[in-house]
Write a protein that binds this ligand. Structure first.
Ligand SMILES: Nc1ncnc2c1ncn2[C@@H]1O[C@H](COP(=O)(O)OP(=O)(O)OP(=O)(O)O)[C@@H](O)[C@H]1O
Length: 384
């Protein structure tokens, strides 16, 4: 969808901002450009909508060499979100959002209806916020309007330059989550500039890690964190890249441990005998429908009666496919050595710290080998 071929930009003063850049962004893909200040990220992005012209090389959008496309026509197909949102102060939020549809000749009611729909999509009720002016919104809300406005004419391509940069970390994380949810629905081809590796990892399907005017590594978040291509990338992603990787590695069914299962209506004595025979200290307790109820310790089962009377409720669980970090968070929050993993309502197994470590190691190895994680054999954590 977006293709750079040997693109170089030299400014008149001799600064080479980008040097022989080649990469491709697939349709519906979100690529983050990350790197330190001055490495050429913004220059890269602004060449896509021809706010900056390359010195040499070619850029294609949807197969078309953009050098031959009228810039105004080009920009109608490309949404643009910048940090200093740039809303018109004397126009309402609804009219700000409707700017581009109005510019391209939509009738006012249609443009406004579209703007209202977009405001809803970014989490701003148009009834509450549509009639307000930009200075009556919080910074985070203004950022949302910026995103809604960029999407209003439904452009296939979205350029975002530090779109969540101007807000505090908590709001920033919310905006990132909302944006990801929205992107799931609208699937734009997105180039997003950030200097924050956490943001790049969180949002990107792939990440371009910039050195000075060049891409040092262009790969999935997992691969960048797991197998940095150069010492520069390793340094840039940080010594805690293993921890960051927890947030991009999904829990898979194969990662799980299968502890003994007890049913609520089972006699405690029977469960105890079973656990003792297996040498297990505890069992996961499921109800008659197979849904998670909680757990019970073997020592407690001596009291007799039914498992139902002795089991502890465990309401916390994580869905399969959630990041390992979420599972780790739940374990810490409950001071537990395991967390149940569900597929919908169905109990799949439990994740333990040892299994979590194993999953992380397997995903690092899988990225290094370029194979799916399931194909990496990994005997035990002790062998690692
Ligand atoms: N108009 C210009 N004239 C000369 N040099 C420029 C111009 N614009 C940018 N540069 C230089 O080009 C290099 C790349 O700048 P660019 O803005 O693309 O970097 P960046 O990675 O986006 O940085 P930041 O994260 O600080 O925004 C920098 O060295 C910058 O000083």
């Amino acid at each position: 969808m977006i293709r750079f071929e040997q693109v170089t930009k030299r400014y008149p003063d001799g600064t080479t901002a980008v040097d022989g850049l080649s990469f491709e962004v697939a349709e519906g893909e979100l690529v983050t450009l990350v790197g330190p200040s001055g490495c050429g990220k913004t220059t890269t992005m602004m060449m896509v909508n021809r706010l900056i012209e390359p010195t040499s090389g070619r850029i294609f959008v949807n197969g078309e060499d953009i050098a031959a496309v009228d810039p105004v026509r080009l920009r109608r197909r490309i949404g643009y979100v910048i940090q200093q949102v740039g809303l018109f102060p004397h126009r309402t939020i609804l009219d700000n959002t409707a700017t581009v549809p109005s510019l391209i000749g939509w009738k006012k009611p249609k443009a406004r209806a579209r703007a209202a729909e977009l405001l809803g999509l970014v989490g701003l009720d148009p009834k509450t916020y549509g009639a307000r002016y930009p200075d009556q919104l919080s910074g985070g809300q203004r950022q949302r309007v910026g995103v809604a406005r960029a999407l209003a004419a439904d452009p296939p391509v979205l350029l975002m330059d530090e779109p969540f940069g101007a807000v505090d970390p908590v709001v920033r994380e919310q905006l990132q989550d909302e944006f990801l949810r929205m992107q799931e629905a609208v699937r734009k081809t997105v180039l997003l500039v950030t200097h924050d590796i956490e943001e790049a990892v969180r949002l990107g399907d792939r990440i371009a890690v910039y050195g000075q005017g060049r891409i040092e590594q262009f790969d999935t978040p997992g691969a960048v964190l797991g197998t940095p291509a150069t010492p520069y990338v390793a340094e840039f992603v940080g010594a805690d890249r293993g921890l960051k990787r927890l947030s991009v590695t999904e829990i898979e069914a194969d990662d799980l441990e299968q502890p003994p299962i007890a049913r609520l209506d089972e006699a405690a004595e029977r469960t105890a005998a079973r656990l003792n025979a297996e040498g297990a200290r505890w069992a996961v307790v499921l109800d008659a429908g197979g849904d998670l109820h909680g757990w019970v310790g073997v020592d407690e089962l001596g009291a007799g009666g039914a498992v139902r009377d002795l089991a502890h409720r465990m309401n916390s669980w994580v869905p399969v496919g959630a990041p390992l970090k979420e599972a780790f968070g739940v374990m810490l929050q409950h001071d537990a050595g395991w967390v149940a993993v569900l597929d919908g309502a169905r109990f799949l197994g439990v994740l333990t710290p040892a299994k979590l470590h194993e999953a992380l190691r397997r995903s690092v190895d899988a990225d290094a080998l370029g194979v799916p994680r399931g194909q990496v054999s990994f005997d035990s954590v002790a062998d690692a």
